[in-house]
Design a protein around this ligand. Sequence first.
Ligand SMILES: *Cc1c(COP(=O)(O)O)cnc(C)c1O
Length: 402
Amino acid sequence: MKNKKHDPATAIQDLKQFGEFGGVNISITDSATFTFMTEEEMIKAFHGEAPGCFLYSRHWNPTNRYLSEALAAMEGTELAWVTSSGMAAITTTLLQLCNSGDHIITSVTTYGGTFAFLNNYLKKFNIDVTFVNIEDHESIKRAIRPNTKVLYTESMTNPMLQISDIPALADIVKGTGVKLVVDNTFTPMIISPAKLGADIVVYSMTKFVNGKNDHVAGAICSTEEFINAISDVNTGTAMLLGPVLDPLRSSSILKNLGTLHIRMQKHSENAMYLAERFKETGLKFKYPGLPEHPNYELFNRLRNPDYGYGGMIAIDVETAEKAAPFMELMQERGVGYHAVSLGYFKTLFSNSGKSTSSEVPENIQREMGLSPGLVRFSVGLDHDIERTWQLIKSCLVDLKLI
Ligand SMILES: *Cc1c(COP(=O)(O)O)cnc(C)c1O
């Protein structure tokens, strides 16, 4: 018996959620609106005074509620709210926390869409953003202003695979009123940001959490107070901008959550195998599960130990001109797919600088150390990872990359 304070997989396993007629899977409530027996009850519901009543599915839907409860259990937060995409989770959270004239501090390495939102879109609202190296805690302290509302980072940053020191970041903002928002898309189960001090955890469930690459979805996990605030009928960003998840999709994601721990273990096991092989070739690579990675010790301190070090690896073949034929050949030989995104049962690879981080201007890419030849792998659930390695190696050898 494992004795742990918070274990995400056990928290999900312990849920008792049933469908109508005792179904082992929850029922899908395929309704946009809901009836009330009395006018009095409806009025109460609109004032948030009818617990257990649903008014309209942009606000809450029972199927979405079940998925939200499961995600809250996984994260150890009071509640969650599920969104139509990861970007919806991120933008809803930031727009809820900031008013015009406010200020955000963020890691310079984030998902490209997040970077574009922070760097370009928030100008519309006169929200100022300072980009920092998330490992440089002194620069974060210096960046805090009276109007700073958010410190934003990713547990494992995209695509540099840096690990954010969440407890240290939480300490920095303690008592300042600044909320620590952490995107945990790369490391579900492996890292539990809220347990380490994050105020709000956001996800793109499109990736590992769902794991099937069949739809986009996101989640916001936090306190009841914050979730109630975003879903408030008068002032809530989620309620008023309306980025709600379809309950049919919620139902399908909830079923996939039941295998997430096994999938994360397998992704991690396969990625570790490939990382060790890449290391033997002498190629430049990034994998936070090997002691060569500058954040290895930190990662060991923060992670839940049962799920490995994650399924993401980046290797550096120096130039985009070398990366292109390498990725094309890997796809041809059956290593996996030349595609953006991650957390799929097949291995996916893309050149970050030209794809998921192409929103980041090239000078900033160089500044953050993003090589133009960085090929990011999302390692799949391959049964025979040794065979996968032989395929990758044949591509490296034939293209004279090693
Ligand atoms: C994909 C991704 C997002 C955006 O999620 P969508 O579901 O595509 O909207 C945000 N953060 C990270 C780290 C991602 O990988």
